[in-house]
Design a binder for this molecule. Sequence first.
Ligand code: ATP
Ligand code: MG
Length: 426
Amino acid sequence: MKNLQAIRGMNDVLPDRSPAWQYLEQQMRVLFDRYGYREVRTPVVEDTALFKRSIGEVTDIVEKEMYTFADRNDESLTLRPEGTAGVVRAAIQHGLLHNQIQKLWYTGAMFRYERPQKGRYRQFHQFGAEIFGLEGPDIDAELIIMTARLWQQLGIAEHLRLELNTLGTAASRGRYRDDLVAFLRTHEARLDEDSRRRLETNPLRILDSKNPDTQSILNDAPDFMDYIDDESAAHFSVLCAQLDQAGVSYRVNPRLVRGLDYYGRTVFEWITDALGAQGTVLGGGRYDALVEQLGGKPVPAIGFGMGVERLLLLLETLGVVPESVFTTVDAYLISMGEDADMALLPLAERIREANPTLRLQTHLGGGGFKSKMKKADRSGARLALILGEDELQQQVFTVKDLRTGEDQYELAWNDSARLTAALNNE
Ligand code: ATP
Ligand code: MG
């Protein structure tokens, strides 16, 4: 019989690594709290039409990356490939956008049928933020400043750089697109196959082609800055000034376009060189037209999506996940002898009752003293609490500090203060 395996590109997070995930999740929650964001949770599955209408019919995601299936009722459903569309759908559906500012965040699994490789998976996870009801550019600046603070908080600021661009309004983009297509047609023979196809479908995406030949053709292409509308240009220059004021450095990259159709005006990416080709850790931008496009009254909006796996890879590569998060047990309780074995579980409950934050592991499954102590050590616990027949009589346990080699000593069962001190003192 064939062994059952996880689906290609979909990963298990095993207990050795889950503390790193929890660490990052905790950091994200704290960050969002500090900036006044509230969490929103939306379903993993949505109507396929939602993604087609928002992300765009001729984007890579919709053309070839979605997990789409017919349910038993023959409705076309899709596992969400990103978070924004669902959040916008929920915000419209539940009336969250009527004359209100919403600062929302989400996290969860996303699904894309891509070629699995380092930093690119078929089920991956994102944290994201979406802000509704603010035209910017002050919120654009604050959102970016918040992400810069995240890198500070995680101790990786010098390994990430910010790229920034503006895509103007749909009208200015349209005029530019026409001229870009006209220009590229004159070089069509030299374009790579992907770019030739995009000439018909999504020409702006050619700007961020990875093909060096295509990039060199683009050196002589029309410059979007010559097409941008005045309001978008002013928006962008205030954003840049606010980032300068805040001391956030960036590079304006006129070829940064992002892969989703709903973006306009501000777009940005945080990129690292430490992960090879999959270097974009966080990407976002403004999507002022999307709410209306999905059936709501027009509401300006901006957001970002951040890849959890990529950020964790980066944290692990740089060795900046604090060692302490991998310790998940404080004390390991061992019994020796029949009566002590019987007393173990009730005593453990008593200790938990008196020490609500103590992470206590009981030794279960029998064995000799030596093997029990070995397991205590391997658990990562600071203290072994040993309950033998004598200790049982005297209502104490023998405490062995597994990390300092300090002499063992006896501790009364109800002496929570000394137990806490023993865990906290060096
Ligand atoms: P890329 O250019 O790397 O394909 P993208 O433009 O498709 O990224 P978005 O759709 O904006 O990315 O998603 C935001 C973030 O989510 C990315 O910057 C990345 O960190 C992460 N991400 C996107 N696709 C994947 C994937 N298949 N596996 C893991 N992380 C991903
Ligand atoms: Mg992609």
